[in-house]
Every structure is written in C-alpha cells, then in structure tokens.
Design a protein around this ligand. Structure first.
Ligand code: HEC
Ligand code: HEC
Length: 323
C-alpha cells in the first residue's frame, strides 16, 4: 500500500505533494508560466536567445561535433530533462533558479555559484568538460536564466517549480517489475537496450538514451531512483502524460526508475568526476547509494528502498531527509 508520507514531504523543500498538486492544478491552474516571445530585440536579448538555443540544441552548438565548441560529451540536450528549455512545470523547472544561487550544495559540501551548478550538468548528465566561466556560452545561458527569473509569472502559490512528489511504498522499488513495465511503456521510443534513437542527421537524438556509454553518468541526480521517479510521473511516457494527467503510478515510476538505474543490469559512464560526493554523511540524499551512512541501512536499501524507514530514522535523529 502506498501512502503520502506527509511529514517527510513537508520537510523536504524540493517536492510537491502529488495529491495536492492534482487537486490545485485542476481547481486553479496556478502553474509557472513565462512568455519567451517577449525576449527583447536588443544586444542583451540576443544573448538571452542564444542561451535558450543552447538549452534546446545543446549538441548542435557545443556537442562532440558542435559548431561553436566541443564541450558536452554526448549528444543529449539540456531540454531533454529541463523540458521546454527549463520552462515546463514539473520537469526540473529552471524558471527561478537564477534567484537561488549561490547556494550550499550537499553533494559538493560547499557553496556553488550558478555557473558551477550549470557546469555540473555539462559534466555529469552530458559527460562533458566545463564551459569556461567567462565564455560566450556560459554567459548566454546565465543571461537566459536571469531573463526567465525576471520575467516569470510566479508567486508563493505557483506550482511546478518544484518536483512532483512520489509516495513511498512499503516495499523496495523492484527492478524486475520495472523491466516488465519498461517493455510495455518505454521500449518503443527508448529502445530495448535503452540506447534511444539517433536522429537521421546524427546531430542529436529523436529519443535520448537512458543507459549505456552515451547516457547520464553515475552520480548524476537522474541516477537516484526517487529523483528520476519524481520526473517520470510528470513527463513520461512522452505521448501519454502531462502534469495534470499522470500515467504511471508512483510505485510504477519507482520500479521503472529502479530498472533504468540498476547498475547490475545497465552500464553507464562512471569515471571522470574526481570531487568527493557528499563529504558530510549527515547531508547525503537518502536515495544516494554510496556509503558511509549515518544510519545502518545497506547500500541496497538506500538505492532501492524501502525509503520510509530511512526517512523516519533520520527524522527521529532530528535530521532532514532529502531525496
Ligand atoms: C539527464 C538529465 C539532465 C540533463 C541532460 C541536464 N540536466 Fe540539469 N539537472 C538535472 C537534474 C536531475 C537536476 C537536479 C534537479 C533536482 O534536484 O530537482 C539538474 C539541475 C540543474 C540545475 C540546478 C537546478 C536547481 O534548482 O538547483 C541547473 C542550473 C541545470 N541543471 C542546468 C542544466 C543545463 C544548462 C544543462 C545542459 C547543459 C542540463 N542541466 C542538462 C538533469 C539534467
Ligand atoms: C513516444 C516516445 C516516448 C516514450 C513512449 C517514452 N519516452 Fe522518454 N523521452 C522521449 C523524448 C522525445 C524525450 C526528450 C524530451 C524532450 O526533449 O522534451 C524523452 C526523455 C526521457 C528521459 C530524460 C532524458 C534521458 O534520456 O535521460 C527519460 C529518463 C525518459 N524519457 C524515460 C522514459 C521512460 C521511463 C518511459 C516509459 C515509462 C519513456 N521515457 C517513454 C520519448 C518517449
């Protein structure tokens, strides 16, 4: 039986209670919006527009064969995850991110600038090397994110800036059941081997890869099962779901995420990041699977769950479980 772990979802800042979301989005469409047609036609506007283009057509501009530089190591685009160039609700929305940095980041154990955080995504999901901080590309992405933040129609009630919450079942996420669900719901686009489908011109994908040498690397946020499931319920299957009409149940999304992120079944790039992840164990996301931990739950339980006992243990110690 799945149920919403109310005390945990309240404590955790990056999730929205799914039941509440559904109720309010139906009753009152208070979703994050921004009108990118209003980007000004001046020199700053040109940078904003190029920054937006970079998020939509990352591989074309700065991919392995990019026309403006070779930075990302695979042919995925930022918009594959931060959908509609970071403007879509519940799709790792980036509309207000410019306001939220510099920010203390538990994974790095230090305060990161927004540019450093952007480079984390260039390096991890996109397998790349960092964009120079004062180069045209980084400045343009920053200009775009600042413009989003300045232009967005948001207030304290706005929905879709945070991720959709998933309720934790009592059982662990099942990679075996996920495999079955993947074959039914995902193979037709992402392929039986998670390889996706390259576009005819080989510049980027029609359907991006989910695992293998060209997919997001280990240690990317997507590689955590809860984080991936939060995104899946609002975004996939591509042609069957919208944030107000979810298709997968929470438990199904967790099972599929467990299958995609099952390192025993699916290789993905693991080398290349040397910085220690989560140097402070008491700040580790509970679905991050590499010890040391402050609790006695196994690496397997941290990765696949059940997550409720872990979250409850953390709360009992006065610590905030994040995921
Ligand atoms: C494979 C999916 C994926 C791709 C591709 C990707 N990202 Fe991300 N990105 C994520 C995830 C997951 C997070 C963490 C979101 C969360 O914690 O809710 C994130 C976080 C971020 C953040 C910080 C958001 C915040 O609120 O702190 C920024 C900025 C960002 N990404 C920019 C980019 C840019 C620019 C690109 C392209 C160069 C990119 N990302 C490519 C998955 C991706
Ligand atoms: C009809 C085709 C289609 C189906 C079916 C589909 N996807 Fe996708 N998927 C896409 C497309 C297209 C994108 C890129 C989205 C964008 O750029 O806005 C995507 C992006 C993704 C991403 C983020 C990018 C990456 O490669 O890491 C994940 C994860 C994902 N899909 C998982 C799934 C899962 C799991 C299912 C089954 C429940 C599924 N998809 C079903 C077309 C599909």
């Amino acid at each position: 039986m799945a149920f919403i772990l109310a005390d945990v979802t309240q404590l955790t800042s990056c999730n929205e209670d799914r039941a509440a979301v559904l109720k309010t989005t139906v009753a009152n469409d208070n979703l994050v919006t921004v009108d990118t047609m209003k980007i000004p036609h001046d020199k700053l506007g040109d940078a904003v527009r190029y920054g937006r283009q970079l998020m939509l057509y990352t591989a074309y501009y700065i991919g392995p064969n990019g026309i403006n530089g070779h930075y990302t190591g695979n042919k995925m685009n930022c918009t594959n995850c931060h959908r509609d160039a970071g403007t879509r609700p519940y799709a790792f929305n980036l509309v207000t991110v410019f306001r939220n940095y510099p920010q203390y980041r538990a994974r790095e154990g230090r305060v990161l600038s927004l540019a450093e955080r952007i480079n984390n995504c260039v390096m991890r999901p996109n397998l790349g090397r960092p964009l120079p901080l004062d180069g045209r590309e980084m400045i343009s992405i920053m200009a775009y994110l600042k413009w989003l933040s300045d232009s967005a129609n948001v207030n304290s009630q706005t929905k879709g800036l945070k991720n959709m919450g998933v309720a934790f079942p009592d059982t662990a996420a099942s990679s075996a059941n996920g495999e079955r669900l993947y074959a039914i719901n995902c193979t037709r686009c992402h392929g039986a081997n998670g390889e996706g489908q390259m576009r005819f011109d080989e510049v980027t994908y029609t359907y991006p890869p989910l695992w293998g040498a060209k997919a997001y690397r280990q240690g990317s946020s997507m590689h955590r099962i809860v984080k991936l499931a939060q995104w899946l319920i609002a975004n996939m299957p591509y042609d069957k779901v919208t944030h107000y009409k979810p298709y997968l149940s929470d438990a199904e999304a967790l099972d599929i995420a467990a299958f995609i992120n099952d390192d025993k079944k699916h290789p993905r790039p693991s080398k290349g990041i040397t910085e220690i992840q989560y140097p402070h164990a008491e700040e580790k996301a509970i679905d991050y699977d590499k010890g040391p931990f402050i609790d006695s739950f196994s690496e397997t339980q941290h990765k696949f769950g059940p997550y409720k006992p872990i979250a409850q243990y953390w709360e009992s110690k006065g610590l905030k479980p994040t995921y």
